[in-house]
Design a binder for this molecule. Structure first.
Ligand code: FES
Length: 182
């Protein structure tokens, strides 16, 4: 550990230099200049670490987006028959095959929406609350708008990835995935 410069020390009660002070006083300095020096140093370390982690997270997100762009578009896939899902009902499905779970929700007679089921905060599964027009993540009380997938409240900052749908001849098809950052 680097010691602070001498002007940052107050003279200890017994007048002896810092190096000759008992171990407990060196470990737990009670003089304010030293205390504030350590606090400032630790706080700057904390700021550097958190901003570094944030930058790394954003960079990782960009890399993932870039890699996804290089992949072919997922195929059109039949998800369910309209009559199999009552108004207010929902269904889990994989799209494309072997992907994380997606959630299809029937909002009313005519309207279906579908999103990835994992919360964009820490990946807990979201639960539809159709009457309130929202999706609820019970892990940390996160909420998303049912019609857009955008975060409404709680820790999530990014919208849920949306599955594009098409309803044809009484069948709901997934036609693509829309990843969004805002
Ligand atoms: S995991 Fe969803 S709010 Fe934290």
């Amino acid at each position: 550990m680097t010691n602070p410069s001498s002007e940052q020390w107050t003279v200890p009660p017994d007048g002896r230099p810092h190096e000759e002070q008992p171990r407990w006083r060196q470990d737990f300095p009670i003089d304010w200049p030293q205390d504030q020096y350590i606090f400032r140093r630790e706080f700057i370390k904390f700021l550097l670490l958190t901003s570094g982690a944030f930058t790394a997270g954003q960079f990782w997100f960009l890399v993932q987006n870039f890699l996804r762009r290089g992949q072919p578009a997922p195929p059109v896939q039949e998800i369910a028959r309209v009559d199999d899902i009552p108004v207010g009902g929902s269904l889990l499905f994989e799209y494309p095959a072997h992907s994380p779970a997606r959630l299809l929700v029937r909002v009313d007679e005519e309207t279906f929406v579908a999103y990835e089921q994992q919360c964009t905060h820490l990946l807990c599964p979201v639960i539809p609350q159709v009457e309130e027009r929202q999706l609820h993540c019970p892990c940390h009380e996160g909420y998303f708008d049912l019609m857009s997938g955008r975060p409404l409240a709680g820790p999530p900052q990014r919208p849920l990835a949306r599955v594009n749908l098409e309803v044809r001849d009484g069948v709901v098809y997934a036609t693509g995935i829309e990843e969004r950052t805002v």
